[in-house]
Design a protein around this ligand. Structure first.
Ligand SMILES: Cc1cc2nc3c(=O)[nH]c(=O)nc-3n(C[C@H](O)[C@H](O)[C@H](O)COP(=O)(O)O)c2cc1C
Ligand code: SF4
Length: 642
């Protein structure tokens, strides 16, 4: 058993002690508030599940201190005493799990979603949200200072153990700090001392109103990673000042909207990506310092603490994906952790699209309050799952958890289906974590996995299923395009390429979705020259914008040519004639065409099953080719229904 003694040792923060050093970082999840912004059972259920999971400290994300600063529509409003009773109810539900429960206080400034945005200067955010913010007058700054103190006092009255102030990620406080967003020439702009004034004033207001003994953490950026932004040198100068002014911990993060390194990086970025910033800050203060950034493995968290790089480790998405991560880690059950794959699709991508946050690998997010646990079935059945892709495995897991006798039959010699291939291109390997997790789970649950097994009458006679879940996936569809079947170029599908088929040196890829782009990256990395023809205006719009951002950066090389709004006239013997955004283009001297466009469902076994009068549930790509998130939630739903 792995002993994570550093992670699971207590920590003192001001006058508060947390049982371990794992902080669930603040995440604006964009659900669980009513029309007034008061928290509801939905948010409580989500947070209580994480408290039950054993995190030492948990933060409610995105608490708005003032109506002008609400970052997203579905976040808690803290600007009125009327918010207190609902907060109290939430605290009462979460506290019994022995977590230290806090709220992050934030003002979005120019990065708020609505059109009443305010900021130190009337400069629009560099990305994500549009609109010129109104420049704050000095009296309005005083009102905002006061709103932080009032909100902190409300949190204390509601029974929270601590608060964290959001001074990072390009929101209002960060906008005052950074030169590129603060062009003021009064006492709040210009010199370093002037730019930090707002932060220090609100900290003093919080201390005065919530009490000197109420722990206050501050989240700051160690780097904005944008031109003219806040830097590590600035952070190292500010940190001791914040300590002197009463900060009880510092949480060091990075990035703003539009930065070169994103605050919420995708699978392309290394684990522990911002810990070096916390490590640097730790050298200049004596209060606890929190490190963050793609930390999903408890072992890495423990190592960061052991090496003295941080005093507390924050995890965000890893705890969305598996609320029970801390408890599983403490019990040495690391293999049972459901891994975040860093796709950013269900969580931050949804939230920034003003949708409720969710998770690709964990369909229960946001539904915790509706669930009474996975009840065992009173009528265990023999269930046959056809196909060991992500949908089949997830359905098999859930059905087995409920007590059914489950067999999985997979035609191929390995599990994972198309997701195994999706994990092959550069930077995509983490996708396999979900397949590995599901495979371990079905083994633990005693599911019979039969590889190299086709569904036929003999198998049905043997297994005698009372229900069949058809999760046989999809295959690439060949488009009918003039010249495609008569060209002298080698013609293959994206799956063949990722399975190892050797292409020529110059490759045309039809399809600019995720499959086309990651395959372009894969081939470019192998030294091929690649042209990608995308019918649509946008490339890979099914990916999260955070994930696509890094992929697009990787594709910025001389050997990759991207064409959007491509309409093919004809393929020739060694190339293609087409229009791209209305311009005529002819490519010559190519030797391979890779088709990476539509997928077609595979469900030829259905008639055989219908003839036998067995209950059949078609799920995943076999129903309609879609993304992993829908496949996972559908699979779990079916597993729960049978
Ligand atoms: C859906 C979502 C919402 C977030 N909202 C906030 C927020 O309100 N305040 C904040 O400081 N950070 C926010 N973050 C950033 C996280 O706290 C964390 O810094 C980031 O996700 C990197 O950590 P991770 O790799 O462990 O997820 C958010 C992240 C996600 C995924
Ligand atoms: S949606 Fe993706 S990145 Fe977000 S928590 Fe789930 S697995 Fe992680």
């Amino acid at each position: 058993m792995t002993i994570l003694k550093h992670l699971f040792s207590p920590i003192q923060i001001g006058c508060m002690t947390a049982k371990n050093r794992l902080l669930m970082s603040a995440m604006s999840i964009n659900f669980g508030v009513d029309e007034n912004g008061y928290v509801t059972d939905q948010l409580t259920g989500y947070l209580a599940a994480r408290a039950k999971g054993g995190a030492g400290m948990i933060l409610v994300g995105g608490g708005g201190v003032h109506p002008t600063g609400l970052e997203l529509p579905g976040l808690p409003a803290l600007w009125d005493d009327a918010c207190i009773p609902a907060l109290k109810k939430m605290v009462d539900a979460v506290k019994p799990f022995d977590t230290r429960f806090g709220v992050q206080l934030m003002h979005g400034g120019r990065q708020s979603y609505h059109d009443r945005k305010v900021a130190p200067s009337p400069i629009p955010a560099p990305a994500v949200v549009k609109g010129v913010p109104k420049e704050l007058a000095v009296e309005e700054i005083a009102e905002l200072v006061s709103s932080f103190g009032d909100a902190a006092r409300r949190c204390r009255d509601a029974g929270f153990d601590f608060i964290e102030v959001h001074g990072a990620h390009g929101y209002l406080i960060n906008q005052f700090l950074a030169l590129n967003s603060n062009h003021r020439d009064d006492q709040y702009g210009g010199s370093f001392d002037n730019r930090i004034r707002f932060f220090l004033e609100l900290l003093a207001d919080i201390k005065a109103k919530a009490g000197a003994d109420f722990p206050v953490g501050l989240r700051i950026n160690g780097e904005d990673y944008i031109e003219g932004g806040w830097t590590l040198d600035d952070a190292l100068r500010l940190a001791p000042i914040l300590e002197k002014n009463g900060a009880d911990y510092l949480h060091v993060s990075a990035g703003v909207y539009g930065s070169k390194q994103l605050t919420i990086p995708s699978m392309y970025v290394e684990h522990g990506c911002f810990v070096h910033l916390a490590e640097a800050v730790k050298q200049v203060v004596h209060i606890p310092v929190v490190g963050v950034g793609r930390i999903k493995s408890p072992e890495l968290a423990d190592r960061i603490l052991k090496e003295g790089r941080a005093d507390i480790v924050a995890m965000g998405r890893a705890l969305i994906a598996d609320p029970m991560l801390p408890e599983k880690a403490r019990a040495g059950n690391l293999n049972a952790i459901r891994p975040c794959i860093g796709c950013c699709l269900g969580c931050i991508h949804a939230v920034l699209a003003l949708e409720p946050g969710s998770c690709v690998v964990n369909p229960d997010v946001g539904r915790e309050y509706l669930m009474d646990g996975d009840e065992k079935t009173s009528q265990p059945k023999s269930v046959l799952v056809v196909g060991a892709g992500p949908a089949g495995l997830a359905a098999a897991r859930m059905a087995a958890m409920r007590g059914h006798r489950v067999t999985v039959a997979e035609e191929k010699g390995s599990v994972g289906g198309l997701l195994r291939l999706a994990a092959i291109p550069p930077g995509r390997g983490e996708i396999m974590d979900v397949i590995d997790f599901l495979t371990r789970e079905i083994e633990r649950l005693g599911v019979a996995l039969r590889l190299n097994t086709r569904l036929d009458e003999a198998l049905l006679d043997q297994v005698k299923p009372e229900a069949v879940i058809l999760a046989s996936g999809s295959l690439p569809d060949m488009p009918i395009i003039k010249g495609l079947f008569t060209t002298g170029m080698d013609l293959c599908t994206v799956t063949e390429v990722l399975e190892g088929k050797i292409t020529g040196d110059r490759v045309i890829i039809i399809g600019g979705g995720q499959a086309g782009l990651v395959t372009a990256d894969f081939l470019a990395e192998k030294g091929r020259e690649v042209a990608v023809l995308n019918r649509k205006r946008h490339f890979a719009d099914e990916m999260s914008s955070n994930d696509r951002f890094y992929l697009r950066e990787r594709l910025k090389r001389d050997t990759v040519h991207l064409f959007k709004q491509a309409a093919v006239k004809t393929f020739t013997d060694d190339g293609v004639v087409f229009t791209s955004a209305g311009n005529s283009v002819t490519l010559e001297g190519y030797d391979t065409v890779v088709v990476a466009e539509a997928m077609a469902p595979v469900r030829d076994a259905k008639p055989m099953l219908d003839r036998r009068n067995i209950d059949v549930y078609v799920i995943g790509d076999a129903k309609t080719p879609r993304n992993l998130m829908l496949a996972q939630s559908e699979a779990e739903e079916i597993g729960r229904t049978i």
